[in-house]
Design a protein around this ligand. Sequence first.
Ligand code: ATP
Length: 642
Amino acid sequence: MATPMPHTTISSQTLMLLPHVSRRRCGGRARARILALTATPTSASACSFHVCATAARGSSPPSLFDEAFPYVAAEWKTIVKGWACAAAAVYCLSRAVPAAGRLPRALAACGGGAAEALKGGVALAGLAAARSAAAYVQQALLWEAALRAAARLRERAFEGVLARDLAFFDGRGGLSAGDIAHRITDEADDVADAVYSVLNIIVPTSLQLIAMGHQMVIINPLLSMVAATVIPCMWLVIASLGRRLRQISKEAHISLAMLTVYLNDVLPSMLTVKANNGERKEISRFQNLVIDDIKNNLSKKKMKALIPQVVRATYIGGLVVLCAGSIAVSGTSFDGEGFLSFLTALALAIEPIQDFGKAYNEYKQGEPALDRIFDLTRFIPEVRDKPTAVHLKSVKGDIKFHDVTFRYIDGIPPILDGVNLHIRSGETIAFVGPSGGGKTTLAKLLLRLYQPQSGYILLDNCDIRDIQLRCLRTHIAFVSQDAMLFSGTIAENIAYGDPMGAIDMSKVECAAKIANAEEFIKMLPGGYNSYVGQKGSSLSGGQKQRLSVARAIYQNSSILILDEATSALDSRSEILVKEALTNLMASHTVLVIAHRLEMILMADRILSLEGGKLQEIKKSSFLSRYSQFSSPQGTSPKLGKV
Ligand SMILES: Nc1ncnc2c1ncn2[C@@H]1O[C@H](COP(=O)(O)OP(=O)(O)OP(=O)(O)O)[C@@H](O)[C@H]1O
């Protein structure tokens, strides 16, 4: 007998798509709340390993820089090419500085040496053009690296979200779907901006600063020292304003995130809004959020506008100091040509200093976004694969629950209280009981969407914790009450279990036929290629349900769970689907959670789940107990929550 053990991997198979309503630029939410999250990688990427290894060691969490480094380092080839272009651009610039200083003399000598002046001008123009071209390629390459790094991070974050336990999506994870979508879309863009700025300052800006500083020192060391006093002043100003900008940016991020979350909530609920005349109320809620957003965003924009002005003012102040310095040293061998070259070099040195400031600010703005994205990946799921988990090629469908006790939240009575159950291979079991009795929960435990607090479940005498999650869920087809469909075509929805682009159309058509969906599909203009709209919004409840049944049939699993799978069907459709299910029941282990008498009577055994306890009901006593529900027309009566 298998014993309860901790588990190991992840499957995203059963997770629903996150609604995506997103806008550019959003960021922080209360950090304390976010830090409650945790995550583990599904892929063996270097980045994932790094984070997990640290988590496993129980050491202090890695710094943001450490976490982000592998994503950026993966783009090293593009970065090196970009930096090589930067070096070329700086080389052109350093050649242009003395050439600029010589130009006035060449122009003054125009009368006697026009060719000389032309040569100097052409050389300068050539250097400027070469510098522009190199700078352009440098920026394009560094942007490519930054965007690719952000895309990797985005993928990793989504992977992390899919690896989360289902409980995270039940609202106990502390994050709404809108917030998650926002982090993965908009905030990843903020991270790209920050990465670009940092890449840009590491080499191009530093090189330019060093090259121009070098030029200045060659021309006039004393004056260079005077000029150098301007740099720390500017840097102090930039740093202090940057800290303030980070705080303001965080507030702006929060207000924009709240707006996104709100839209994610309200847009999919339009039916309820309209049916309840909620439009005015929603407009005023939206306006309040917009006002908040404007206030915070405006503060951020003002600060961003203020910083260059302050930097410029410091720069001009510095130049005044420099002029005074130049007067003080006028007795030295500082000629006009040297002075012009010096000023050119100084002007070109100021540019990278300003870039340092901009990059610092960009990084400060991107920091909260980076933190929030990594928060999606910092966790270890409760339900995961053991390293020794096995893959079962096929299963017979023999299921045993041993003393299974489960509650969603600590401190409340268990939903399942020491449940023991043996379902033999090929059996059909109907689960009945009051609403909220725990029927769906029982099915979810079999799928390992949650972890029982005690007891264990065996599939073909193998503890389901010892079976790879992907494998387990491949052998169990689940038709949920919600008949969840995804944006996409009918064929894509039926063949959801297959990888993208690997749809077996003959299998799709066959599944649709068995599920009695073929008739309505053929009436659609695009047939199997018709789009179903967001969450299948263009289809009726019964049509969605038939597609869900078709999806389960397509999966061709040994175990079929039908959770009120026919509740939205009319009696004619129900009869047809019932016939199809009768055929499937002959060759599958079927768990039916049903409220319709006919569906219940199709089962070999009827089990009632109430107060956490399972009890078998004989068909005869079940029939006599509920005979009052029999429909006069002979169609399947709905029992309600029995
Ligand atoms: N994700 C969840 N988090 C917390 N409690 C939950 C969650 N899902 C279900 N519950 C609670 O667990 C209990 C059992 O729910 P379950 O969906 O299993 O009942 P059910 O018998 O299938 O009900 P119904 O027949 O109405 O579908 C209910 O009280 C429900 O409120």
